[in-house]
Design a protein around this ligand. Structure first.
Ligand SMILES: O=C(O)C[C@@H](Cc1ccccc1)[C@H](O)SCc1ccccc1
Ligand SMILES: [Zn+2]
Length: 168
């Protein structure tokens, strides 16, 4: 398992670099990220969150951990201009959830675990997850979409949580 960085860790703001070659090292990273994501009960995990600044994302929105998805060098484009708010959480911002408006449907292009290109159309939770994870690779967190007041509240809550942890 890999340690997950927690907000407001500045490393979460790093821009990830494209993967040149999908080799065994990248496949090992993918496997470690999937194990880490499942262990943390997440539905998505970006390499940025485990302090690896490469454009790699893993995802599984199934309810029985049966549909792992690997997105290497992902690119998405919104389909239509309909947007809907969805309750989002983040493994890097534990115990905080907020509504984030995102595109309803997206067209995704990425490389899979074998380095082969694929495309898919996603909507609902999968579309939200793709947008949330691709944001991580650009150093963007869902709290960035909240009002400064709300974001400040998250900061205070996270700092209190860290103090408790250090204190404990
Ligand atoms: O990137 C992460 O930290 C994992 C996120 C993925 C997510 C994307 C979009 C909307 C919600 C979540 C989650 O924390 S995984 C935990 C989770 C699972 C289902 C719904 C909400 C949160
Ligand atoms: Zn996240």
């Amino acid at each position: 398992k890999l340690p997950i960085l927690e907000f407001p860790d500045e490393r979460l703001r790093t821009e990830a670099a494209a993967v040149e070659t999908v080799d065994d090292e990248v496949r090992q990273l993918v496997d470690d990220m999937l194990e880490t994501m499942y262990d943390a009960r997440g539905i998505g995990l970006a390499a940025t969150q485990v302090d690896v600044h490469r454009r790699v994302i893993v995802m599984d929105v199934s309810d029985d951990q049966s549909a792992p998805l690997v997105l290497i060098n992902p690119e998405y484009t919104p389909i239509g201009d309909e947007r809907e708010p969805m309750q989002e959480g983040c493994l890097s911002i534990p115990e905080y959830y907020a509504e984030v408006p995102r595109a309803l449907k997206v067209h995704l292009k990425a490389l899979n675990r074998q380095g082969e290109p694929y495309e898919l159309e996603a909507e609902g939770l999968l579309a939200h997850c793709i947008q949330h994870e691709c944001d991580h690779l650009r150093g963007v967190l869902f709290v960035d979409y909240l009002s400064p007041l709300k974001r400040d509240r998250v900061m205070k809550k996270m700092q209190k949580r860290h103090k408790l942890a250090q204190g404990a």
